[in-house]
Design a protein around this ligand. Sequence first.
Ligand code: PMP
Ligand code: GLN
Length: 384
Amino acid sequence: MDHGMELQGKLPRAGTTIFSVMSKLAAEHGAINLGQGFPDFPIDPVLGELVAAAIRKGHNQYAPMPGILPLREAIAAKAERLYGHAYDPGDEVTITAGATQAIFTVFAAVVRPGDEVVLIDPSYDSYAPGVELFGGTPVHVQLGADMAFDAEAVRRAITPRTKLLLINTPHNPAGRILRDADMCALAELLRGTDILLLSDEVYEHIVFDGVAHASAMRHPELRRRSFITFSFGKTFHVTGWKVGYVLAPRPMTAEFRKAHQFNVFSVNTPVQHALAEYLREPGHYQALAGFFQAKRDRLVAGLRRSRMRPLPCEGSYFLLADYRAVSDLPDLEFAQWMTREHGVATIPLSPFYRHPPPGQRLVRFCFAKQDATLDAATEKLCKI
Ligand code: PMP
Ligand code: GLN
């Protein structure tokens, strides 16, 4: 039987992403899925109605390549209100098919064979393969003890071949944030170089305990070299809509759009109209930090009753927990065992590393879930 041609793959190290693997296993075993990062609660019906209305009004053909202007204007106004910099909606804001496509398109636009891209592990799983597909070399450094940012480790990784540095705050999977002082350290480190920054800020509104999000755009020295990526999926509980955006200074946006136009060209039109309308009300995103902070606290309280030890979580909707008091299994096996035998799915940490720290025993929990889901999960965890 002819099974088709064998290819010499461009991503020999990559398998199926851990998010798909764990969600499939959770479904097969009927487990509570605190793995892949998506909400299990309904969206605001107002937002759904806005999409339906946009479809009825006939907004069903290609959007302009960079996105519809009212949405770009609403985004620029929000960024200025929150972070004090006025991006030009005409030339500095581009709507993308989620942050994943924005990040991939940054690589497409700037990475050439031989370029080095510094990634800070644990790092989101699409970063390194994206760099490799464009011939770049990911250079992996690691967060420090307790997942704290380590500017010195970044400094040591920089070479004359470094093209781009990628940061992520609030951080998936670590749940940590960068602070103004970290941004100043980064600015100092990049001063006098041509290194670009990609700041992945998809969880910008999910920062806890009254702390303000330290966006790269607040810092003029960083902003002038930064692509900053965002995701409506995270902000409005609509991960399946796959709409996000990228902010970057004019010349960088021009290069980004050259790649973007041949990648997706443009993004879902009725959803863009709905988002432009919905964004006008700041309450729709201002409530997010408090909403998720209560869920973080609920999960932490539940985990504290179990033998798992939650790590500090300052932002995002993910929390790490150390399970060494429960088991000495490596993290992937542990996560599979928990899913199969105890009915709770999580995400192991090692897929977020090029070189997973030996002996690390951490899994990631997603708490973007109904309280009843979190309670049912922690009840099961307390029995292990
Ligand atoms: N970056 C990070 C850190 C993420 O957690 C995610 C997952 N949502 C993305 C990028 C991708 O976002 P999107 O779903 O909008 O493609
Ligand atoms: N960002 C989500 C997470 O970290 C998953 C997105 C995906 O499945 N690709 O779980």
